[in-house]
Design a protein around this ligand. Structure first.
Ligand SMILES: Cc1cc2nc3c(=O)[nH]c(=O)nc-3n(C[C@H](O)[C@H](O)[C@H](O)COP(=O)(O)O)c2cc1C
Length: 340
């Protein structure tokens, strides 16, 4: 089975659902000696299988596939209806209607089947831990399982399910927080403290993630005992990334000056650039994934298509100011520059 410590460059390109993760990006990162990742979130199992095949045409090196673990939604119908009413004027301006909330487990069972059939070297999970049977079956299929955790309690739960390695995601991370409980209070620990707590508890290989966009930050995380770092935001401007034009522009625009963790876009906490949408809806949006994500979907898509970064979610980690454009290989080399 693939082992993280066998990576030539201990840099994992974070899975980034919603566009940025592409076979070209994953393949280029793996070809550069890091570990590329495909993101299964929001796409069908068939589309995921195609992406795995496509990536295998680009690289013969190991790469990973990331799945969202489904969980019961905490959405309350009345709160969703109120939020839909709040979004209606924005929707009208964009010429769309808010989406219709409906149950959706992101094609979980069919995507697991794809993992068992196509056996990528690594499968990572976020928003929860797969159960012990699934973890064991993936191990039997020679797939290394990684579970993203944001607290010691989540680390214990993932290890109890048999996870052989963890991604420790700190609070500065871009995009969705991997927390198993979307209603959990914001984490008190920074990445180093959280990493230390989990390190103290287990000898399992730990990948550090969240806010690692500079060579110095990467070197520090490795010096603290991470087997590798996982960087997402650092790859958003990569040539091979599928990051939309509007997101690329927003990430370098001087007008965006801070990030925030908000559930206004998806009903789950996620770190994004502060824009008009966040300013108008962060305080009133209800929790409830995937329903809130479905409600805002048409608005986000229309704003994105119109090139309006103030109406859509621009996920970004708190250290986004340090990111660079370039090829994925150049970004891997840059991040690894200060590794001893
Ligand atoms: C645009 C974007 C999309 C993301 N999508 C996913 C995803 O689909 N699955 C996942 O496990 N993590 C996702 N993440 C979180 C990353 O796995 C990782 O924890 C995070 O990028 C690390 O922080 P950084 O962005 O500061 O490097 C996403 C992050 C970003 C920035």
């Amino acid at each position: 089975m693939f082992e993280l410590r066998s990576l030539r460059v201990p840099v994992v390109q974070a899975p980034m659902a919603g566009g940025p993760s592409t076979p070209e990006l994953a393949g280029a990162v793996s070809n550069a000696g890091g570990l590329g990742f495909l993101a299964a979130g929001y796409r069908s199992a068939e589309a995921l299988a195609e992406q795995i095949h496509h990536t295998r045409l680009i690289t013969g090196q190991p790469f990973g596939v990331n799945l969202f673990v489904p969980q019961p939604s905490v959405a309350a119908p009345a709160a969703l209806a109120a939020y839909a009413a709040e979004l209606a004027p924005d929707a009208r301006r964009l010429g769309v209607e808010p989406g219709t909330p409906h149950p959706d487990d992101d094609d979980w069972a069919a995507k697991l089947d794809v993992l068992f059939e196509l056996r990528p070297a690594v499968a990572s999970f976020t928003f929860g831990t797969p159960d012990a049977e699934t973890v064991a079956r993936l191990g039997d299929a020679d797939v290394l399982v990684l579970v993203t955790v944001t607290s010691l309690a989540e680390a214990k739960a993932a290890l109890a399910a048999g996870a052989p390695a963890l991604v420790v995601q700190g609070p500065l991370a871009g995009g969705h927080r991997g927390t198993f409980d979307p209603a959990a209070p914001p984490p008190a620990d920074d990445l180093e403290t959280l990493f230390g707590r989990i390190r103290h508890h287990t000898d399992a290989p730990l990948v550090a993630a969240g806010g690692l966009t500079t060579p110095a930050a990467v070197a520090r995380a490795l010096a603290h005992g991470a087997v590798a770092v996982q960087a997402g935001t650092a790859f958003l401007l990569a040539t091979e990334a599928g990051t939309s034009a509007v997101q690329r522009q927003a990430l370098v625009a001087p007008g965006f000056t801070e990030t925030i963790v908000t559930h206004a876009f998806s009903g789950r906490p996620a770190r994004a650039l502060v824009n008009d949408f966040v300013r108008r809806h962060d305080a009133t949006a209800p929790l409830g994934y995937p329903e809130v994500n479905q409600l805002t979907g048409p608005l986000r898509a229309a704003a994105g298509a119109a090139g309006d970064p103030d109406g859509t979610n621009v996920w970004a980690g708190a250290a986004w100011r340090d990111i660079r454009s370039g090829t994925a290989a150049e970004i891997v080399r840059h991040l690894a520059k200060e590794i001893e």
